[in-house]
Design a protein around this ligand. Structure first.
Ligand code: GDP
Length: 321
């Protein structure tokens, strides 16, 4: 790790042109909203019809024409435990290509600032909790999402390599599990929180007696509301300029059972939980230490129940059944 205080360097976003790569996703769309609210930088976006991020020539050409001052890499192929386990090649290849294409083209253009986003699954399965940034590459990964994790680790290393070899201001942030508006509510592909919101809502509407939860319910997960994440990203963009990646967490975790109970309370489903132990538990716990970010002066604002209420509200407005 490098000296922390020397890693703080102001970057004024006023009048800057910021490309949010992946603006249609949950994270990218929250970043666009956050930047538009602040209204100091110009936000640039491009859909897949304009630039396919898996194609190097398209990324080079589009970026060469657009020349943003700053880039946030929020584009990724993402999914829950089952999707990761079912499509390992897609998770590894697509994510490697997206980040390599963007970071290389940005490096060639000497882009002033790049923030690359990863995930807490980069850490070893049995990392000491809460997981500090230094745990990276100290042990074996969780097999259900190692494909995604390997790609994201390569992204961090690429940022570090460009900083080291070319002196570029490329930084990385590693968010914990996220949730909120524009999440994926497809039960086969989603993460646990949107899945439970959907299942509880359906079970309530159908007057069912119970609701299925995958695994044993004992694994613990940390959840951060995506609008808090967007705020943390802008904070890092404006203030951080270091070699090391920075964890972006909520600071506390809950068991999957507790999470299901909270979701049921918010949704108003009063039935039982039924645990399907034929489904994988995944890693037992992955609470991140966000001490570094907190020491820089940033902390999450939205507590889990408030965030779930907001996510459920968005779900009801966007999935009317
Ligand atoms: P992970 O954090 O990479 O393991 O990804 P997930 O968010 O998909 O899963 C977290 C935990 O929630 C795992 O232990 C899952 O087995 C459990 N879980 C319980 N019910 C569900 C569900 O309906 N969907 C998903 N994706 N996970 C569930």
């Amino acid at each position: 790790m490098t000296n922390q205080s020397s890693d703080m360097k102001p970057y004024d976003l006023t009048g800057k042109r910021v490309w949010v790569a992946g603006h249609r996703g949950m994270v990218g769309s929250a970043l666009v909203r956050r930047l538009q609210e602040e209204n100091v930088a110009e936000v640039i976006t491009a859909g897949r019809d304009v630039v396919d991020l898996i194609r190097q020539d398209q990324v080079e050409n589009w970026l060469g024409e657009t020349k943003p001052d700053a880039i946030i890499v929020a584009a990724a192929k993402v999914g829950g435990i089952l999707a990761n386990d079912t499509y390992p090649a897609d998770f590894l290849y697509d994510n490697l290509m997206i980040e390599a294409n963007i970071l290389k083209a940005a490096a060639d253009l000497k882009t002033e600032k790049v923030l690359f986003l990863g995930s807490s699954c980069i850490y070893p399965k049995f990392a000491e909790q809460p997981i500090k940034e230094e745990s990276l590459l100290t042990g074996a990964l969780e097999p259900t999402n190692e494909w995604y994790a390997i790609a994201k680790i390569a992204g961090i290393k690429l940022c570090q390599a460009y900083r080291r070899q070319h002196g570029l201001d490329f930084i990385s942030g590693m968010p914990t599990n996220l949730y909120g508006p524009f999440d994926n509510f497809d039960l086969k592909k989603s993460h646990v929180l949107p899945a439970l919101i959907r299942k509880a809502d359906t079970a309530k509407k159908n007057g069912e007696a119970s609701l299925e939860v995958w695994g044993t319910g004992t694994p613990k997960r940390e959840f951060l509301y995506v609008e808090d994440l967007a705020d943390a990203c802008i904070f890092l963009l404006k203030n951080y300029s270091g070699y090391d990646h920075v964890n972006i967490g909520y600071g506390d975790d809950v068991s999957i059972r507790e999470l299901a109970e909270t979701v049921n309370r918010v949704v108003g489903f009063e039935g039982e939980l039924r645990f399907d132990t034929s489904k994988p538990d995944g890693t037992p716990r992955k609470l991140m230490s966000s001490e570094r970010l907190q020491n820089m002066g940033w902390k999450a604002k939205t507590d889990l129940e408030t965030g779930i209420r907001q996510a459920y509200q968005w779900y009801k407005e966007n999935y009317p059944e």
